[in-house]
Design a protein around this ligand. Structure first.
Ligand SMILES: Nc1ncnc2c1ncn2[C@@H]1O[C@H](COP(=O)(O)OP(=O)(O)OP(=O)(O)O)[C@@H](O)[C@H]1O
Ligand SMILES: [Mg+2]
Ligand SMILES: [Zn+2]
Length: 319
């Protein structure tokens, strides 16, 4: 589960920061025992402060003066520590505990709500999980071979190929939407996988999945009433690039149709790119999907694939 994994990662990060800090502390104490005393003094004053805060009345002048005095004293000790460190050839921030996220100190939470760093981590893990769960084909631009297409279609396919390379190399968060159409085995999944790989390597969040798989996980969450925070649907709507493969092979249900519409519509409104693949022909698409879906789909950059089933050709070549 993404949440559990993210929690493990963030805990490991925090602990390793603390271990690193403790190591430095021991090293410095050995070389400069004076600092050990000063650190002790700092920790006793912090106990004093919490005692005062516990007992004192914040409006009390005596209390305020006392508190300020302790605070000033603390700051003095801290700057003396820095000076001593520098005098001993250490950087002045050597004994600072550095977390990956200084907002939540790598706990993942700030007063009860999830820190952005934690949300981001969960999203990243989710998108990886979705990619791994789909059929992993080694499909890259390098392994894409134009000679599989009959000569009459080769120029057309060369254009599609170049378009996809350019799309992935110049990908930005508001790139165009793509609709790949064509019969089975013509390389739609292959090319969209190649795009996904390049875009992921450029550091973007990509979700890739067949319509059936993606919709099913949303449905499971929807009906399981899993907390809506960081839900799969959110991940699908907000990722940098969404690739829905095999549109038209999902079960026909009202829930799935409205889901498809909502996903497409939300992403269009957010100007976030989607790639949709289908081996339905134009007539099938008009028959199967509502006008609202169709009119959005035809506004995409449409890539029409032509040729003979390469899956079949490859199989025949093997035997
Ligand atoms: N131009 C190509 N060069 C090399 N291999 C290809 C090419 N096009 C497709 N293939 C391979 O042929 C097989 C089928 O291709 P792919 O899965 O991309 O087809 P598809 O268009 O997505 O078909 P479907 O509509 O059935 O999903 C895959 O193994 C893929 O790697
Ligand atoms: Mg496919
Ligand atoms: Zn954080």
């Amino acid at each position: 589960m993404a949440f559990k994994k993210a929690l493990d990662i963030i805990n490991t990060k925090r602990i390793s920061s603390q271990i690193g800090y403790n190591k430095k502390l021991l090293e410095v104490y050995e070389k400069i025992p004076e600092i050990c005393e000063m650190k002790k003094a700092l920790s006793t004053t912090s106990i004093k402060i919490s005692k005062l805060l516990f007992k004192g009345q914040k409006t009390d002048v005596f209390f305020k003066n006392k508190l300020n005095q302790i605070k000033r004293n603390n700051l003095d000790i801290q700057s003396s520590i820095k000076e001593i460190l520098v005098a001993n050839n250490y950087p002045e921030n050597y004994l600072q505990l550095n977390y990956n996220c200084n907002i939540c100190s790598d706990t993942g939470y700030i007063s009860g709500s999830m820190c952005e760093c934690f949300k981001h981590l969960i999203k990243k893990i989710k998108s990886k999980e979705l990619i791994n769960s789909s059929n992993t084909i080694i499909s890259s631009f390098q392994t894409f071979d134009l000679s599989f297409y009959p000569e009459e279609f080769r120029t057309k396919m060369q254009e599609i190929y170049s378009y996809c390379i350019k799309y992935s190399n110049t990908f930005k968060i508001n790139s165009n939407n793509i609709f790949m159409m064509g019969n089975t085995g013509l390389g739609k999944t292959h090319l969209s996988f190649a795009i996904a790989n390049n875009v992921i390597n450029s550091g973007f969040n990509v979700i890739y999945g067949s319509a059936q798989d993606l919709f099913r996980s949303v449905e499971a969450e929807h009906f399981g009433k899993v907390s809506s925070l960081n839900s799969t649907l959110d991940t699908i709507i907000y990722c940098d690039l969404l690739i829905i493969d095999d549109v038209g092979t999902e079960f026909e249900s009202n829930f799935y149709s409205s889901l498809l519409y909502n996903i497409i519509n939300s992403r269009i409104n957010l100007l976030k790119p989607i790639i949709i693949n289908s081996n339905l022909n134009q007539d099938d698409i008009f028959l199967r999907y509502s006008d609202r879906v169709v009119s959005r789909l035809i506004s995409f950059d449409i890539l029409k694939f032509y040729g003979n089933d390469i899956r079949l050709i490859k199989k025949q070549n093997k035997t």
